[in-house]
Design a protein around this ligand. Structure first.
Ligand code: SAM
Length: 436
């Protein structure tokens, strides 16, 4: 791999004796890994576990496999997986993932929350926010709202609101050079300090959203001190209530530069790509009295009846939250959210389904968010049927069923609801996701 001379000099100075080992890793392949999704009903074990990481395995998963399509696995290299692990949100927390697409940290945070609390997952870039929606839906969590906003606009709606804020910041991306060598062409000596300015702007807004006593996890996938330790030092200068938490150094993580609490991941030390992570806690203890206007339901009586009729017949688990309808689409928002009407929303909570003249049709997302034992009846499909189904074909069933919507599963995990007419399963796999 060819680097600019200024890059080589910088890291020779920074790493001293270790620089040679560091540069040698760029001639090796990037490390692939994935996480298993604990929110799914049928969890598998694989034979390449990563030490000290509860859901992680080395290796690649095909995007065409049923494990991927049902959301049982999420591909993410090991160093990136340390960010949500450092954050480790407790159940019931209100969490913000401020720069979230495509969703690696978000889905990992959701694994910890286990369908409790709230995750607001934000992505400023519209196109990337769509990918985030797709990945979150597949993951099957019920407690996420996805916004497509700037941090500044979010801060107006969520003052002092979050117990935990994760900022996986836009950065110079040096740690991704091995995975994506084309990224080197954007690098120049001044790039890290340009990125640092953006990181400071986002963090100022993040501070406004942090609840007293809350935590901020700040990460980048770069090694430049300007975007890492310098940013942490600056943050503690502008908010003297923040204190650094010690991150346990596992699997080859090392301390920061003159900052033992934070963690760096270098490919010659840690089997993965590049990452920096810091955790800061607000030491204030006083409570703010929240006067936020809450999100409210807006369904007609007929819509409530149609949803309740479906819910009673088909679902046997508690789906509490605030029901909201947009056009014909019904969503379930987690409780205790403020009014979000001033924000650009990419996914208003869990998409439950669509109202069609006097009928309610369940969504694909709802089928991914429920377990087989939370619905009245399950049709389990074979791997052969799965291949037909994901390519958009109808599937013949071995016996007849009453014409209705059914929860469809493959290897014990949901793949949406579909309509059955006699012995035929109509295809309800979203057109945009089909493949053969
Ligand atoms: N956390 C993601 C994950 O684990 O999949 C990766 C996030 S990536 C490192 C940084 C993200 O920040 C990008 O998706 C980018 O669109 C977004 N971004 C860029 N400029 C931003 C800004 N000014 N405010 C907020 N987010 C920004």
């Amino acid at each position: 791999m060819k680097f600019p001379d200024t890059f080589i000099k910088k890291y020779q100075q920074l790493l001293g004796d270790e620089a040679e080992a560091f540069f040698k890793t760029f001639d090796q392949e990037a490390i692939s890994a994935f996480r298993i999704n604990p929110l799914k009903a049928n969890i598998k074990k694989f034979d390449t576990p990563i030490n000290n990481m509860p859901w992680s395995y080395y290796g690649k998963v095909s995007g065409k496999s049923s494990d991927h399509v049902t959301g049982l696995v999420y591909s993410q290299e090991p160093a990136a997986q340390m960010v949500a692990q450092v954050a480790s949100p407790k159940k019931g927390m209100k969490v913000l993932d401020l720069a979230a697409a495509p969703g690696g940290k978000t889905t990992h945070l959701l694994s910890y929350l286990d369908n409790t609390g709230i995750l607001v997952s934000n992505e400023i870039n519209h196109k990337r926010s769509k990918i985030l929606v797709e990945n979150v839906e597949r993951f099957g969590a019920r407690n996420v709202v996805i916004t497509n906003e700037s941090a500044t606009r979010l801060a107006k709606v969520f003052p002092n609101y979050f117990d935990l804020i994760v900022l996986d910041a836009p950065c110079s991306g040096e740690g991704m050079f091995r995975k994506d060598p084309a990224a080197i062409q954007y690098w120049n000596e001044d790039y890290p300090s340009q990125c640092a300015k953006v990181q400071q702007e986002i963090l100022r807004d993040a501070l406004d959203m942090l609840a007293p006593g809350g935590s901020i996890v700040y990460s980048t996938c770069t090694w430049s001190p300007e975007e890492n330790e310098d940013i942490v030092r600056w943050l503690m200068e502008i908010d003297y209530n923040l204190s650094l938490e010690m991150i346990p150094k596992e699997n080859g993580m090392v301390s920061g530069i003159d900052m033992p609490e934070v963690a760096r991941m270098y490919p010659h030390r840690f089997k993965g790509e590049g990452q920096f992570v810091a955790k800061l806690r607000d030491t204030q203890t006083h409570q703010t009295s929240s006067k936020l206007k809450s999100a409210r339901t807006n369904l007609t009586r007929e819509q409530v009846q149609l949803w309740e009729e479906f819910y009673r017949r088909k679902v046997n688990t508690d789906l509490s939250g605030v029901l909201q309808v947009f056009g014909e689409q019904l969503y379930l928002l987690p409780n205790h959210l403020p009014d979000l009407s001033q924000l650009k929303i990419a996914r208003n909570g869990l998409h439950l389904g669509t109202f069609k003249k006097k009928r309610f049709e369940p969504s694909f997302a709802l089928g991914l968010a429920l377990h087989p034992d939370e619905v009245d009846q399950v049709i389990e499909m074979t791997q052969e049927d799965f291949k037909k189904y994901v390519s958009g074909q109808t599937v013949s069933l071995p016996k007849s069923y009453a014409n209705d919507w059914y929860y469809i599963a493959i290897e014990g995990n949901g793949i949406g609801f579909a309509k059955v007419v006699d012995k035929t399963l109509k295809n309800a796999f979203p057109k945009g996701l089909r493949f053969s």
